[in-house]
Ligand binder design. Structure first.
Ligand code: CA
Length: 637
């Protein structure tokens, strides 16, 4: 009996080992072990070894063997030191080879990710990497900064040497800017190997956001100084993480497991045809991503792939968090399994929607299901669109444009999408019920890489807007974001009053549309000053990021709502660590000054008329308090 149990345990152990296997190339100086997962009906797998990452004939071709009869894992070990060589797998089904590819688990590749590379990963670490640690910042204290490598540094005005590269974020000019602004987490747009930038032509300007994944577990070559040398991109990515960590800034990776660049040429399809993708009843591929395909996270192999991939980025690259593109394409169970597989301090959030209907009848990781995914956050389009206007129109205005009826949606965002007695959910624009269990499950934002940036949106939606109005409304919008109990999120360059010349889907627009103009820091110094002051105030005052739904319900209450005016009070006395007593915050989107009524007393004004300084700007008496046109006010006693 005992022996039977032992056998069972061994079988279970072997099964787990198989499921968790990160296939690909496992290098030692004496030999390299190769493995690849296929469907059951694979007939043959060829491994080819090459001298280069592109071109040339194989120096060796080997027929791989099944690890077990009838199994799906194929293996072979090649003796000798293969460091610096490249490899491909080629799998045969129904008498036909599906084409060479690096497999789904390459951790290093040659140029354009066509071949896997044999690399000694321990040799890719920058000096001091062993002592690199993820900064300790609880979710409630995070201030996210979403950036694209090229947008950030490509313009001459950036003064950055490694323009458009991972290394840009190691330079003092970049680090000092981020520190001055006060953000503590950089969310980098897709930085894994993607398809749309040709890495053999990096001397020509090419641009893409990068939502077209090829190799999920390798940094993108276009952001490295040499995409032909596989270890360079790995080392430079780590240098970037290390430099940001030294500055106390977390690094969050934008991950796009919901679809691949293409179906037929993808590493998924070439090794396990149709296994990783969802299909409709008629046999066609489902397209919940809007990009031509959608992956099947509910399948064991896809789920394990996502879990292992996320764990790999945490272990190998010390990544601090993940932003899941179209998280609503994935199933709830997979997202919860990912949450459970990584340390608690890894911050996870995503888009709680899909871009089309998904061929899955179970529960999807949509915004409305966030309450079934503790520790995972979703972007709030409720507050975003209540501020700037709806996503399906570039020119429709909302609160910022003086359109009434958006007040409850803004209140929804202020409390962090939790249940709160002061919010009338029947009046909230998309969600008619709270979705978050805790306020840290809501991302508060008014703009991101998608759609227009804030300046363009204001210009497109507010008729005859003046520069003065533009700045007032911009700063008020970010004041709503940065005083929200959710986790605030800023699009890079908003602090420089960036514009994209009115282009909303700039995913492949040239640098001239997407680049940040750093000269704007001198043209509009009041904008950066305000953002800095506001972020510093948030960080210093726990009242603005209580981090617990119970505390928000107990200590935050709304003043009577007026058309285009939202105001609230926080009882700072009940918030641990808070120095301020009664805190009043109000947003007035009218073109005229308005008033609110607060109890008599003496209050210090810390934010008014496009100035924000937590040390205090002036003092006012209670009773009727005036809020200047198109701006925010914050005061306390
Ligand atoms: Ca690439």
């Amino acid at each position: 009996m005992k022996r039977f149990v032992l056998l069972l345990m061994m079988a279970a152990f072997l099964l787990t080992q198989n499921l968790n296997a990160r296939t690909g190339a496992d290098y030692t100086p004496g030999a390299t072990a190769f493995s690849v997962e296929t469907n059951e009906d694979a007939q043959q797998v060829k491994l080819r070894i090459y001298k280069d990452g592109l071109g040339g004939k194989p120096v060796k071709t080997i027929n791989m063997k099944r690890a077990q009869a009838g199994g799906t894992l194929w293996q072979t070990t090649v003796k000798g030191d293969l460091k610096g060589k490249f490899y491909t797998f080629d799998v045969k089904y129904n008498g036909k080879f599906y084409g060479e590819c690096p497999g789904v688990w390459a951790t290093a590749v040659g140029v354009n990710g066509k071949r896997g590379a044999i690399v000694d990963m321990s040799g890719t670490n920058p000096q001091g990497w062993q002592t690199d640690r993820r900064p300790v910042i609880p979710a409630k204290d995070l201030i996210l900064y979403e950036m694209h490598h090229r947008d950030f540094s490509i313009d001459e005005s950036s003064g950055i040497e490694h323009k458009g590269k991972f290394l840009a974020l190691t330079e003092p000019r970049a680090i000092e800017h981020l520190k001055a602004l006060g953000v503590n987490a950089v969310h980098i747009l897709p930085s894994f190997d993607y398809a749309s930038v040709d890495e053999t032509r990096l001397d020509e300007p090419q641009y893409n956001w990068g939502y077209d994944p090829v190799n999920y577990n390798v940094p993108e070559g276009g952001y490295s100084t040499d995409p032909y040398k596989p270890e360079v991109r790995i080392n430079e990515f780590k240098q970037m993480v290390q430099a940001l960590h030294k500055a106390g800034i977390k690094v969050i990776l934008d991950v796009v497991y919901n679809h691949t660049w293409n179906i037929d040429g993808s590493n998924f399809q070439r090794t396990r045809p149709d296994y990783y993708y969802r299909k409709n009843a008629d046999g066609s591929y489902s397209n919940g991503s809007g990009c031509g395909n959608e992956t099947a996270s509910e399948r064991e192999g896809m789920r394990q792939f996502m879990i292992e991939s996320v764990k790999y980025w945490v272990e190998e690259y010390h990544i601090d968090g993940f932003r899941f593109d179209l998280m609503g394409v994935h199933d709830v169970e997979t997202m919860n399994a990912i949450r459970a597989a990584v340390p608690n301090d890894i911050f996870i959030y995503g888009e709680g929607w899909s871009a089309g209907s998904c061929a899955y009848s179970g529960e999807l990781a949509m915004k409305a299901n966030i309450n079934k995914m503790p520790g995972i956050a979703a972007f709030s389009d409720e507050m975003r669109d209540a501020l700037r206007g709806p996503w399906d129109s570039n020119s429709k205005a909302a609160f910022l444009g003086g359109v009434k009826g958006n007040e409850e949606s803004i209140k929804f965002g202020i409390v962090g999408a939790i249940q709160h007695p002061g919010v009338d959910y029947s009046q909230v624009n998309y969600s008619k019920a709270p979705y978050a269990l805790e306020p840290t499950q809501m991302i508060a934002y008014v703009s991101c890489h998608d759609d227009m940036c804030l300046v363009d949106r204001l210009k497109a939606s507010v008729k005859g807007i003046t520069v003065d109005e533009l700045i007032r409304l911009d700063l008020m919008a970010q004041t709503v974001v940065l005083t929200s109990q959710g986790v605030p999120f800023l699009l890079s360059g908003e602090e420089m009053l960036r514009d994209k010349k009115g282009v909303h889907n700039s995913y492949e627009s040239p640098d001239s549309i997407n680049h940040l103009d750093w000269d704007n820091l001198e043209c509009y110094p009041q904008v950066m000053e305000y953002y800095k002051g506001l972020i510093a105030m948030r960080k210093a005052h726990p009242a603005f990021h209580m981090g617990s739904a119970d505390m928000v319900r107990r200590n935050l209450d709304f003043l009577p709502t007026q058309n285009c005016l939202v105001a609230y009070h926080i009882n700072g006395r009940n918030v641990p660590g808070e120095q301020w007593g009664d805190i009043y915050v109000a947003f007035n989107a009218h073109k005229r000054a308005r008033t609110i009524e607060i109890p008599e007393g003496t209050y210090t004004v810390v934010c008014r008329n496009i100035k924000c300084d937590q040390a205090g700007l002036t003092v006012v008496k209670g009773g009727k308090v005036t809020i200047p046109a198109q701006s925010a006010i914050i005061l306390h006693n």
